[in-house]
Write a protein that binds this ligand. Structure first.
Ligand SMILES: [Zn+2]
Length: 328
């Protein structure tokens, strides 16, 4: 856990330019920085790398030294000049918030006078609720000296404009398909070209997200699910059997995620757009659904994921899911 700050010697290739801009101009980079970009672009890795560098007492051009007192504190999670703010760990809800108390708590911290730099990392920044965002604005207006507040977000436009405008913004997801491909192939040499392409499609071309998806069981099962699904709608029986089978094969969340990807592609096909699951053939199943029904299923899948976080029993949910697929 604590070595998260030092897990890589350098930032990722596509982040080098931002790294240079920040470190060469330092300390003239303002006191508030917003790092944004799609999920899987490596924002958090970049941020931690930069936090360690800011605090390091013997900075190297590409990284913190890893051995000074500051680096040691970070490694042992005891750095007195670093605060990490996030949603509560025990709250796994999609809409978990960062509340105002947490922002109020950092106010004395950023205003005190100490030796060296103080750093606050806030992520995901879109989780700041309105009151917390307003409190943060105050902090950004009058920070103490040698203070750096870093925000991370997947969704730039979900942040209030007032916050966005107070921060120096850096996009970390600007990379070519070739760069993304190279990164995945280097880190998962067991994958072939088609597998990498598929993963990048599903990951919106973000290499770290693609690598996260690679080991997930449902990837291998898409074809089989599509097969059962087709059989179900064709013969209109076997509902309980299929529901039981898939409840055993995958977790409810995995099943929802897989179906969401399949439905999204079916919608894309209806709209004559590119699909992501390039290795699957949807033509048979597609003939059973109109666009409206597909949108309905898609919305219900999103709802289902939310209910799941409120601990509704998943076997029931999976039964419902299959009933829904039969409602043509
Ligand atoms: Zn150091």
């Amino acid at each position: 856990m604590s070595d998260q700050f030092f897990k890589q010697p350098m930032v990722y290739a596509w982040q080098q330019e931002t790294w240079q801009r920040l470190t060469l101009r330092f300390p003239d980079i303002g006191h508030g920085i917003l790092l944004y970009g799609k999920k899987g672009a490596g924002k958090k890795d970049f941020a931690l790398h930069f936090v360690a560098w800011l605090l390091c007492l013997d900075k190297k051009p590409q990284a913190a030294c890893g051995v000074c007192a500051s680096c040691q504190w970070l490694k042992s999670n005891t750095h007195p000049n670093y605060v990490h703010i996030s949603t509560d760990d025990d709250s796994k809800q999609v809409h978990a918030q960062i509340k105002i108390d947490k922002i109020r708590e950092i106010q004395p911290f950023v205003q005190q006078t100490v030796e060296g730099w103080r750093v606050v990392l806030i992520e995901p920044a879109e989780a700041l609720n309105t009151a917390a965002a307003n409190a943060l604005l105050k902090t950004l207006e009058e920070p103490g000296e040698r203070t750096m507040i870093i925000l991370l977000t997947d969704h730039l436009l979900k942040l209030p404009a007032t916050i966005r405008s107070r921060l120096q913004r850096y996009a970390l997801d600007r990379l070519s398909t070739e760069e993304a491909y190279t990164h995945v192939s280097q880190h998962a040499p067991e994958l072939n070209q088609h597998q990498i392409q598929l993963l990048l499609n599903l990951a919106y071309d973000m290499p770290l997200r693609a690598l996260e998806l690679a080991p997930q069981a449902w990837l291998e099962q898409r074809q089989a699910l599509l097969h059962d699904w087709l059989s179900l709608v064709k013969h209109k029986n076997g509902l309980v059997r299929y529901a039981n089978k898939w409840a055993k094969a995958l977790s409810f969340i995995e099943l929802c995620q897989m179906m969401q990807y399949l439905i999204t592609d079916m919608i894309a096909l209806k709209l004559n757009q590119q699909i992501k699951n390039i290795d699957l053939n949807f033509s048979d199943i597609l003939s059973y659904y109109d666009l409206n029904t597909l949108f309905n299923i898609s919305h219900k899948l999103q709802d289902a994921k939310m209910y799941m976080q409120q601990n509704i029993q998943s076997q029931l949910m999976i039964d419902d899911l299959f009933v829904m697929l039969l409602n043509l």
